[in-house]
Design a protein around this ligand. Structure first.
Ligand code: EPU
Length: 418
């Protein structure tokens, strides 16, 4: 099992490019199933989860040509197998994103039910209920979702909770359904808009992207298209927080400032100096970190995917703070590891009460999920001495070449094979 060794205590300095967004790339790759032509994607991040999605589509008969420079051609217009097996789904829950497209295009799909997850139960009932409303016959048998439909038909679906992949699955399914679908209380995350725009360019008839109600008039077929994946706002946020917790100074290129409003607001409250131009941001923090209070929320709120990284910032702040996790019921596992590094954090249900300690100590720690790993990396960068992070495979799911990028910024980071 691979580990990451970090010799901490050095500020991050320098300049890096932000990679393409994992959570935009995954549904957009799945959307290629809907197309009758080829999909050419640019700015595709090189990540383990992206490789898993590619592997999944290959088992269905799709082919991929890597054009280099993060550009990928996908030929997924004539698949011959509509099964997403447990072996793949258990390694990546986002595999559920093939359910809507397979059902819409081929009228059948057999997708393993994703199990529980380190950060919460994460059910997919809203995906299933929505597809049922569109006329699908769905049975759960032997751990699989067995779905069939002659042709999906348009329906009005109100989502009782805002769900990102649920919105993506239903939006993709509706593009080829007969008639009009109204999706209410949908996610408005930038990744959903990026997917919606890709579908529009493929010929889908979608209105209301970026609002809580999307209307989709089904069409008979979708065509091939070229599309660019948006920059990863969570990767960007992680490096921005990294600059602040190490009291460094960074320039990040190739990002979307407008996707980072809630994060930038919090960093300014923490005392960061931030300036930006078009797709570029400069950040630094001198002096004490001011504690910040927040709850996680669907976009445009503070993303749950940066809660763990901000926990490190508050752990090092000059004062007390509270962070409330409202999206996932178990996404505070990193707190126990941060306590091992000397953080003073008390948990009461989904709220963390943090007393800033100004410095953390190096320690061996265990990564429990992707963003928890990112938080431990940030904590390790600030702590003098050697922090060894176990189960680092989590981080390769969502951070492209994190060890290379951090080394480029002056950090001492080494992968260990144990
Ligand atoms: N929910 C239901 N029923 C459903 C679907 C969701 O009750 O059918 C609940 C969930 O249990 C959760 C809430 O709704 O409490 C929101 O979950 P959502 O469905 O939005 O999460 P997701 O689509 O499974 C995506 C990202 C996550 C990110 C969340 C929230 C992808 C591939 N994953 O997950 O990303 O945390 O949205 O923004 O887009 C990560 O990148 O580290 C990550 C976990």
């Amino acid at each position: 099992m691979k580990k990451l060794k970090i010799i901490g205590g050095r500020p991050l300095f320098g300049e890096i490019d932000i990679s393409g967004s994992k959570n935009a790339a995954l549904p957009i790759i799945a959307s290629s199933i809907l197309s009758s032509g080829n999909l050419i994607l640019s700015n595709v991040p090189k990540l383990h989860d992206v490789s898993t999605m590619i592997k999944l589509l290959k088992t269905m008969g799709a082919s991929f040509i890597d054009h280099g420079d993060h550009c990928l051609k996908i030929e997924a217009h004539s698949l011959n197998n509509y099964i997403a097996s447990y072996d793949l789904v258990k390694t990546m829950r986002a595999s559920i994103l093939v359910l809507g497209p397979l059902l819409a295009k081929y009228g059948e799909a057999r997708v393993s039910l994703p199990g529980g997850c380190a950060i919460g139960a994460r059910p997919v009932n809203l995906h299933i209920n929505g597809l049922r409303k569109m006329g699908a016959e769905i049975n759960i048998k032997e751990g699989y979702i067995d779905a069939k439909a002659n042709r999906l038909r348009g329906a009005t679906i109100s989502l009782e909770t805002i769900t990102v992949t649920g919105t993506a699955n239903l939006m993709m399914a509706a593009t080829l359904a007969k008639g009009k679908t109204l999706l209410k209380n949908v996610a408005i995350e930038p990744e959903i808009i990026n997917l919606g725009e890709c579908l529009q360019s493929m010929g889908a008839n979608i209105e209301g992207l970026g609002t809580r109600i999307i209307s989709i008039e089904g069409v008979d077929s979708l065509r091939g298209h070229s599309h660019e994946i948006i920059p990863d706002r969570i990767e960007a946020a992680t490096y921005l927080i990294g600059a602040c917790v190490t009291k460094g100074s960074l320039k990040l290129n190739k990002l979307r400032i407008d996707h980072l409003d809630s994060v930038i607001d919090l960093l300014k409250k923490a005392g960061a100096q931030i300036s930006f131009q078009k797709n570029q941001i400069d950040v630094s923090l001198n002096g004490d970190i001011q504690p910040i209070n927040f709850s996680t929320n669907p976009y445009p709120g503070v993303p749950t995917d940066v809660q763990a990284q901000f926990m490190v910032l508050n752990a090092l702040a000059d004062g007390d703070s509270e962070i409330k996790e409202t999206i996932f019921e178990n996404r505070l596992m990193h707190v126990l590891e941060l306590q091992r590094m000397g953080a003073d954090i008390n948990l009461d249900k989904n709220t963390a009460y943090i007393k800033g300690v100004r410095k953390l100590n190096a320690a061996p720690v265990m990564a429990t999920d992707l963003r928890a790993s990112a938080a431990l990396v940030l904590a390790g960068l600030t702590a003098k001495g050697e922090t060894i992070i176990d189960r680092i495979y989590h981080i390769d799911r969502g951070y492209e070449e994190i060890d290379r990028k951090l080394s480029q910024l002056g950090a001492q980071v080494l992968r260990l094979d144990s």
